[in-house]
Design a protein around this ligand. Structure first.
Ligand code: MG
Length: 376
């Protein structure tokens, strides 16, 4: 089974207020068309992406998406799709996408393809939120009305036959043609990110949406045993004490909990995933490097650590005298100012293993921001 995607990008885009057709206008550093082309190309279920372009747009296409395969579109949307269908002969499923909808969440593609298991066609829709009126300002009930987005997904044979048999006027989308040919079309949940870009203000709004960041918090927890003959490292600080912590690396229970919290914000497993305790190279290792690695993974996704909150649970040593030094070291490791690192401590009222002085427990919360949709 071959699944292909056709991006209809043959328009001249005069309403966007630019000489360059809008599908080639930059948004957030790359051409509008490049965003959906990338989303379709990297989706594991899609084997080929073809772009239907307008006359004289080859250079603009290759500047936008180097190496993109294309077909010359026609004078109308329907003619452009027909040209694409002819070029994609032999595929079993097809997604038809509008280049003016740059931000295409992979989950929408998943939902469309799943719906093709039971339907000849599937379209993403969103409910109508605005009040609708007719030409006489009479309110039309909006229950059961939806706004249609793209991509629209079809069994290739159904779409080809619908195009061949179409006798209506200019169709604004393919679903109405396939439906007119007698097929049921599934409605799947669309996405606000897929909004169409028509006017210059839409481009500004899209860029603002691109700049939007989401905030995530995650927790970490760790315990190490207190033993004689070990050095005590807590929060990256060497603390004079008659016992120290034993275990993985330098057993800095505070930095381990913070590292797990930071890894948690990007769902990247835990400290043992990245630095297996069975690996002899981490014996006695300075735990700051684990936290720095977690920070680098966050930053590789465009993220930034914005706050760390740490609670240590032990009867001894007293944490207060070392709090400022720990804040300073954790701040350095996370790229923060010290007013964004909270270090707290509690006893457990002589209860449990911490109360008996057998070990120290640490609980941490890390907060980060990262570009909205970064992991999509
Ligand atoms: Mg540990």
């Amino acid at each position: 089974m071959t699944t292909v995607a056709l991006i209809v990008a043959a328009g001249t885009g005069s309403r966007s207020g630019s000489a360059l057709p809008k599908q080639y206008r930059p948004i957030g550093g790359q051409a509008m068309l490049a965003w959906s082309h990338a989303a379709l190309s990297r989706h594991p279920a899609i084997d080929q992406v073809l772009v239907a372009i307008g006359t004289g747009q080859q250079e603009a296409l290759h500047a936008a998406v180097p190496g993109a395969t294309f077909v010359m579109g026609g004078a109308t949307r329907r003619a452009s799709v027909a040209a694409g269908l002819a070029a994609l002969d032999g595929a079993s499923r097809i997604l038809i996408h509008d280049a003016a909808r740059p931000f295409l969440p992979p989950a929408v593609i998943d939902r469309l393809l799943a719906a093709l298991d039971t339907h000849s066609g599937a379209i993403p829709v969103l409910p109508v939120a605005d009040t609708l009126v007719d030409h006489a300002a009479a309110v039309t009930p909006r229950d059961g009305l939806y706004r249609v987005q793209t991509p629209q997904a079809f069994h290739m044979a159904a779409l080809v036959a619908a195009h061949a048999g179409w006798t209506g006027g200019e169709a604004t989308d393919d679903a109405q043609m396939v439906r007119a040919a007698g097929h049921a079309i599934a409605l799947i949940e669309g996405d606000p990110m897929l909004e169409k870009i028509t006017f210059p203000a839409d481009i500004a709004a899209a860029e603002a949406r691109l700049g939007a960041r989401e905030t995530r918090s995650a927790s970490g927890f760790d315990v190490h045993r207190l033993e004689d003959g070990e050095a005590l490292w807590l929060g990256g600080v060497r603390i004079p004490h008659h016992q120290g912590l034993s275990g993985h690396s330098d057993a800095d229970v505070a930095l381990h909990a913070i590292t797990d919290a930071v890894l948690g914000t990007i769902a990247a497993g835990d400290i043992g995933t990245h630095f297996p305790p069975s690996d002899p190279q981490w014996r006695g290792a300075e735990s700051g490097q684990f936290l720095q690695h977690a920070r680098q993974l966050v930053e590789a996704k465009g993220g930034t650590i914005t706050f760390i909150d740490l609670t240590l649970m032990c009867e001894a040593p007293k944490i207060g005298p070392h709090r400022a030094a720990m804040q300073q070291r954790i701040a350095e490791l996370c790229g923060l100012t010290t007013d964004r690192v909270s270090v707290k401590a509690t006893t457990t009222e002589r209860l449990g293993f911490t109360g008996r002085g057998e070990g120290i427990a640490a609980q941490a919360m890390a907060t980060i921001t990262l570009p909205a949709g970064a992991s999509a």
